[in-house]
Design a protein around this ligand. Structure first.
Ligand code: ADP
Ligand code: MG
Length: 364
């Protein structure tokens, strides 16, 4: 992305500016460095400053993030209407590249957690989904792939309200913003193959098939389902496990032509005759066809087999019980991990069917 890097000429960074920011707290830590909550003495507002490790790889990645966000903010979202974090400034401090962003609040994973993994109502899910879609439309227009869409990278916006001294505005706690363009790339320049966080990783990335901005849409689908379910849709413990879960829930494996043309297929599938079968997996014997929409007859047939536990069971109170028994994250407290994941998983699938039905019925 060398021409992107040209947009950021660090020579132009004002190094003379001193003591503009006072560090108040640490907001996040990652391999790249740290994010600090800082008080901006010039504007009298809190800002989030990402302090990048003094290492070439992280530096280059951060420079790409700065260029991409500049482009998105200025060219594609000048009025700040499309739910993408605002970049405010960047500078070098003691050989560290620092990037300041508008100060935002909790991320959606924290929000799901605060809600005791109960899942949100359809109207809340739709409100969030709509905003994330707005952000994805802007990225698509810009020819950009985010490559790391997940609840942790979507933050509640506090909108000037509580961040500045001059706060008279009503705080809108339900506005969200997409952050973390540190893995983003331009469409047509998809150089990296190890991208996206596993639960939200698309089949083409797992399989090593050429990818497009559709991979962000896949992640969005996973996020939307998780907002409703309160737990991840495909909590794959490994890439193999992830594929298996996708195939189970979607009721079919990826199409043969996709498998044939993907460079990682042999990691997961055996080629038996002319058929691809998932390695070590009984289930795949029954699976032949691709991801596809069921015909009306097939849909009817499947629905008639649906256990009577069905719809009424999945009000949010009951879903809470299911979720409490589901090992959705590795670090879940032991007492919350059920011995019978199988039941929880099939119940999740049923909840999902209800969710999708509700989504279709609900016209935003
Ligand atoms: P990484 O590449 O490590 O994921 P992120 O840009 O996602 O870096 O930042 C890491 C964490 O820092 C986020 O998950 C969030 O908790 C916090 N953070 C980042 N940007 C902001 C912001 N603008 N306001 C508040 N917190 C932020
Ligand atoms: Mg992140």
């Amino acid at each position: 992305n060398s021409d992107l890097i040209l947009h950021v000429n660090l020579e132009l960074v004002n190094l003379e500016r001193k003591r503009r920011y006072t560090v108040k707290d640490i907001l996040g830590q990652g391999t790249f460095g740290q994010v600090a909550k800082c008080w901006d003495l010039e504007t009298n507002c809190y800002v989030a400053v990402k302090i990048i490790k003094n290492q070439p790889a992280y530096y280059r990645q951060a420079v790409v993030e700065v260029s991409i966000l500049h482009m998105l903010n200025q060219k594609f979202d000048p009025d700040d209407k499309h739910h993408i974090v605002r970049i405010l400034d960047y500078f070098v401090f003691q050989r560290h590249l620092c990037v300041s962003f508008e100060m935002l609040g909790s991320n959606l994973y924290e929000l799901i957690k605060m809600n005791h993994f109960k899942g949100f109502s359809l109207s809340i899910v739709q409100m969030f989904s709509k905003q994330i879609l707005h952000a994805l439309i802007v990225m698509k227009d810009a020819g950009l792939i985010h490559c790391d869409m997940k609840p942790e990278n979507i933050l509640i916006s506090t909108r000037r309200g509580s961040n500045c001294n001059s706060s008279a505005e009503i705080v809108k706690p339900t506005e969200i913003k997409v952050i973390d363009f540190g893995s983003a790339c331009m469409e047509g320049r998809t150089v990296y193959s190890y991208i996206q966080s596993r639960y939200y990783r698309s089949p083409e990335v797992v399989l090593g098939y050429p990818y497009t901005s559709s991979i962000d849409m896949w992640s969005l689908g996973c996020i939307v389902a998780e907002l409703f379910l309160g737990l991840p849709l495909f909590p794959g413990a490994s890439e193999y496990d992830l594929l298996k879960r996708m195939i189970q829930i979607l009721g079919g494996q990826p199409p043969d032509n996709l498998l044939r043309d993907s460079k990682n297929t042999i990691k997961f599938f055996k080629h038996v005759g002319s058929i691809y079968r998932l390695e070590n997996d009984e289930m795949s014997k029954e699976l032949t066809s691709a991801y596809r929409v069921l015909t009306e007859d097939e849909y009817e047939a499947r629905e008639s087999k649906r256990p009577s536990i069905g719809k009424n069971y999945f009000n949010h109170v009951k879903l809470e019980d299911i979720i409490a028994n589901y090992p959705y994250r590795k670090n879940l407290p032991e007492e919350e991990i059920s011995k019978d994941n199988h039941v929880a998983e099939s119940l999740t699938r049923l909840a999902l069917v209800d969710f999708l039905r509700g989504l279709v019925e609900f016209d935003p």
